[in-house]
Design a protein around this ligand. Structure first.
Ligand SMILES: Cc1ncc(COP(=O)(O)O)c(C=O)c1O
Length: 482
């Protein structure tokens, strides 16, 4: 087997990220002063993402809220900047709700999702945010809290799951969240019982998939549930379709196709290994036949984010056969969405210092001052190459990236990545477009290794300025404009 040319997976980078990466001296200063890994968030990249989603609403003549799913990043800077846009926020814990209120979101811009404990329900009821109920017990617990404290009626949505489409025999995946979609009457009975405490405004779903057919079934199921409400004279008017619009991480479709087909060849032993210990990302070689399924996020996704929403709304409903967007419009139903990952597209990067570069039989090994949980690309199955900061392009070089934990398993990613030159100790690697889930979702202080600090970069008089994440407030541009 001859050596093959390096397989690159070049991340898609919009001008905002390119401009940050050009600040070699600043990035080195920040990593020297604040340590490695270092998380960088870019609040200015948020507003265009919100606007792109809103443009889809305009195209389909629909109304509704765009709630940012806070869980995708803990950053205060990003949340405060979002508060300065028209977006709302989806909070899935008591602390996220407190954070959102403190970041400047008024209660009418907040939706509480996911399973909730009593304290979370209490603060939601007290502040009057919209509660997306995860179960009927939650509905009753919320009603009891409202009744005991004689609070104003709380607006609620009911999350449904387990949708089925009869005509085309399609079902949505099983979920441990939500009320069974085939039993809307039970939910309505429960809400009727608590009519003095709760006001039903609509129904919701969130499906952990990128598959559009399943989402079309779920959306049509929600339309049927709203019809049922209206038949019973309950004035529900909105459907919340959750998140899962996705991001296109790679610049080039061809690279992705080449990479995945070469990976299959490597698993079959027909080319040199591309991964640590021949890991197949779900593929395996059974006596010369390729088996299994590639368990990776499709890193090149030409239709993602707002484009994905547009496509879903143009999709014919499986039973009624008319575009879902048209059905929503005709029934005068508001469409609410909860994008996490997609609203954070291009909103941040993670920097890591190179500690050591050594050659072994397995290849060139690069040890970083970070671990796999500091940038959990592997956990989410997203493959893209890091960028070597401030180094001129040279010979593309394949390396394995090792983490700083004393664990065999601590590889930043199990595949060889391709760098634009041979790295040297002291270099900085940038893992770009990692604000959505990769930056702080899984970070731990294992072995007492530090969790990366977070800074916000913003443009000040045409130059990049920075501050600690918690010190960022979106006041700069406003003062300048005044
Ligand atoms: C209820 C709910 N809404 C929204 C989201 C955000 O999903 P995404 O970041 O894929 O858009 C999630 C993610 O888990 C979720 O559970």
């Amino acid at each position: 087997m001859t050596d093959s040319p390096p397989l690159e997976l070049t991340p898609r980078m919009e001008p905002v990220i390119q401009s940050v990466l050009a600040e070699n001296a600043l990035l080195h200063q920040l990593a020297d002063g604040l340590g490695s890994p270092l998380n960088i968030v870019l609040p200015e990249a948020l507003a265009p993402n919100v606007e792109s989603f809103r443009a889809v609403y305009r195209r389909h003549r629909l109304r509704g809220h765009i709630y940012f799913a806070h869980k995708a990043n803990r950053s205060a800077a990003l949340l405060r900047q979002l508060a300065a846009t028209e977006a709302g926020v989806d909070v899935a814990s008591l602390a996220e709700l407190q954070h959102a209120l403190g970041a400047g979101f008024t209660p009418d811009r907040v939706i509480a999702t996911g399973p909730k404990n009593r304290e979370f329900l209490w603060l939601a009821a007290r502040t009057g945010v919209l509660v997306n109920a995860d179960s009927l017990d939650e509905v009753s617990e919320l009603a009891a809290l409202v009744a005991v404290d004689r609070l104003p009626r709380v607006r609620v949505m009911v999350r449904l799951s387990g949708f089925a489409s009869h005509g085309v025999r399609l079902i949505s995946r099983r979920s441990r969240f939500g009320v069974p979609a085939d039993r809307p009457a039970e939910a309505l009975d429960r809400l009727e019982k608590h009519a003095d405490q709760l006001e039903l405004v609509g129904v919701a779903y969130h499906l952990d998939t990128i598959g559009q057919p399943e989402k079309a079934v779920a959306l049509e199921g929600c339309l049927a549930a709203i019809d049922e409400c209206r038949r019973r004279d309950v004035g529900a008017w909105s459907i919340d379709i959750g998140g899962g619009f996705g991001v296109n991480y790679l610049a080039d479709a061809g690279q992705w196709e080449r990479y995945t087909s070469e990976l299959a060849q490597a698993v079959l032993g027909r080319r040199p290994p591309m991964t640590w210990n021949g890991h197949g990302y779900g593929l395996r070689n059974e006596g010369g036949t390729l088996r299994g399924a590639l368990g990776l996020y499709p890193a090149y996704r030409p239709v993602s984010g707002p484009g994905y929403l547009d496509q879903l709304l143009a999709t014919p409903a499986p039973e009624q056969r008319r575009p879902l967007g048209e059905l929503l419009l005709d029934s005068m139903i508001d469409l609410d969405i909860e994008p996490g990952r997609a609203l954070l597209d291009q909103c941040g990067l993670v920097l890591s210092r190179v500690l050591e570069v050594r050659t072994e039989s397995s290849g060139l090994l690069v040890r970083l001052e970070m671990n796999a949980r500091d940038v959990s690309l592997e956990e989410h199955g997203v493959l893209m190459d890091p960028v070597l900061v401030g180094r001129a392009e040279d010979e593309p070089t394949e390396v394995f990236l090792l983490g700083n934990l004393c664990l065999e398993s601590d590889l930043i990613t199990r595949r060889k990545v391709t760098l634009s030159a041979r790295p040297r100790p002291g270099d900085l690697l940038a893992f770009v477009n990692t604000a959505g889930y990769f930056m702080d979702f899984s970070a731990t202080a294992a072995l007492r290794q530090p969790i990366g600090r977070k800074v916000a970069l913003y443009r000040d008089d045409g130059r990049w300025g920075w501050c600690l994440d918690e010190q960022y407030w979106p006041v700069h541009e406003r003062t300048e404009a005044a």
